[in-house]
Design a protein around this ligand. Structure first.
Ligand code: AMP
Length: 448
């Protein structure tokens, strides 16, 4: 088995890794660290939860620490991240891994006062982790100089494009020095990302950690078929029965998340919502309460949940099934982290069965059905031959959908046997064509 030492990491880093309790590199670390240390560009298809932050942070820190720090520190590493939460977590990882090195790092993002960020920039930094909007703001105000960057990391590139950051990324790329090492990580690799990667990576080593490898067996997955109107009651029941002390519930919309928090409250369950409409203060407070155990249930939408890395999450509920199959993998990856086990429940109503077909195609297996609850509804089980749910443009909209929505949704034939008490859902072939779903769902998904 490979260990960190054989990857060529230096003593101060090995010490920090040991203090983090890591013993074995994850696949993305094993495959990325040696080429990065050798000065290559890396294109990583990997998502949060695979250990990708260490995969890029460790070699970058090692190369930077070869030179003694200058009195006037210039930003040598720039990491771009789509969300504030993920940016903060990346910065926190840089803290941990650079514990025994003389490295200064800082995270900057919008929604908070810029003055402390500006002060840190004025004191000089080696590593800057940033969301694109605030970075460009501070560049325009003359507070950030990225003209000396040697390592450029674009994290969660697919999410960046989904969130409309492409022009901001292009602006940043123009301001970077030509000679630099580039790293791009993305959970999926639609052609839009491949094109972007082609525009600035050179002769990159491709590291591919596919979702199938990520849906680890440590996560027990269950699908429950029911009517939409019964979802809340089933959720309350499970949370109470299983005494869930740390669980994340995923809803499709921000409005749905707020409503559910109120309803849980009325049922005596303390919960907080985290989504894009919440102020940074409210998001930080909700996360802090969740981390310290005061709030057992976090209700989240997909974008806000990216990068939530809280230890000891025992339950994930797909209260609404995501219409992007990849989101299912991201969501359930919030549990069973760092070697622990976890359980992921998915609620599927009759309007969502096409999404289930798509999810099962992506993960390459059927999710076991749990029909041992009073709300079991066979009308929500995918019909034989049901196609995977596919995002279709709302009529009249010119906005181009990211291709990732379609890339895994090749529809399938179902050989599922509904007479078997709903135990089987469907076996999907990978060859048939996807069909469309209504555009209104797509709009709802994009709410966040
Ligand atoms: P990431 O994908 O970078 O967000 O990392 C996911 C989680 O895995 C974080 O909590 C890391 O601290 C943890 N982690 C990263 N690398 C390892 C490793 N080699 N062994 C155990 N845990 C790790």
């Amino acid at each position: 088995m490979t260990d960190f030492e054989t990857l060529g990491l230096s003593k101060p880093l090995l010490r920090a890794i040991e203090e983090q309790g890591y013993t074995t590199p994850t696949p993305v670390q094993e495959q990325s660290i040696p080429p990065l240390l050798a000065g290559r560009d890396v294109l990583g298809v990997a998502q949060t939860g695979t250990g990708k932050t260490a995969a890029f942070a460790l070699p970058v820190l090692q190369i930077m620490s070869r030179d003694p720090p200058k009195r006037n520190r210039k930003i040598r590493t720039l990491v771009l991240s789509p969300t504030r939460e993920l940016a903060a977590q990346i910065d926190e990882r840089f803290s941990a891994y650079s514990e025994h090195l003389d490295i200064r790092h800082k995270v900057i993002f919008g929604g908070v006062n810029q003055n402390p960020q500006v002060r840190a920039l004025q004191n000089g930094l080696d590593v800057l982790v940033a969301t694109p909007g605030r970075l460009l703001d501070l560049i325009n105000q003359g507070h950030v100089d990225i003209g000396h960057v040697e390592f450029f990391v674009l994290d969660e590139a697919d999410r960046m494009l989904d969130m409309g950051f492409i022009n901001d990324i292009k602006k940043v790329l123009k301001l970077l020095p030509k000679k630099r090492q580039n790293l791009l990580f993305s959970a999926t690799m639609p052609s839009s990302i491949a094109n972007l990667a082609g525009s600035f990576l050179s002769n990159a080593v491709k590291v591919d950690i596919t979702p199938k490898e990520v849906t680890v067996d440590r996560i027990e997955q269950k699908i429950m078929f029911l009517r939409k109107s019964d979802k809340r009651r089933l959720l309350v029941k499970i949370i109470k029965q299983e005494r869930v002390a740390r669980g994340i519930v995923f809803t499709r919309t921000k409005h749905g998340a707020n409503r559910l928090v109120k309803q849980l409250d009325q049922s005596g369950i303390s919960a907080a919502a985290i989504h894009g409409n919440k102020s940074q203060g409210a998001r930080t407070k909700a996360l802090a309460g969740f981390k310290n155990g005061n709030i057992p249930i976090l209700v989240a939408t997909d974008i806000a949940s990216r990068g939530i890395d809280v230890e000891g999450v025992t339950h994930v509920f797909n209260y609404d099934l995501p219409n992007e199959p990849e989101s299912y993998v991201h969501r359930i990856g919030r549990t069973a982290r760092a070697g622990r086990t976890g359980i992921a429940y998915a609620f599927c109503d009759d309007s969502e069965s096409g999404y289930l077909v798509g999810i099962q195609q992506l993960i390459g297996k059927e999710i076991p059905v749990d029909d041992s609850h009073e709300f079991h509804f066979i009308g929500a089980i995918p019909k034989p031959g049901q196609k995977a749910g596919k995002i279709k443009e709302p009529k009249g909209s010119k906005k181009k959908q990211p291709q990732r929505n379609n890339s895994h949704s090749g529809g399938g034939r179902s050989s599922g046997n509904r007479s078997s008490g709903g135990r089987n859902t469907s076996n999907q072939s990978r060859n048939s064509r996807p069909s469309g779903q209504s555009g209104s769902r797509n709009q709802r998904q994009r709410e966040d």
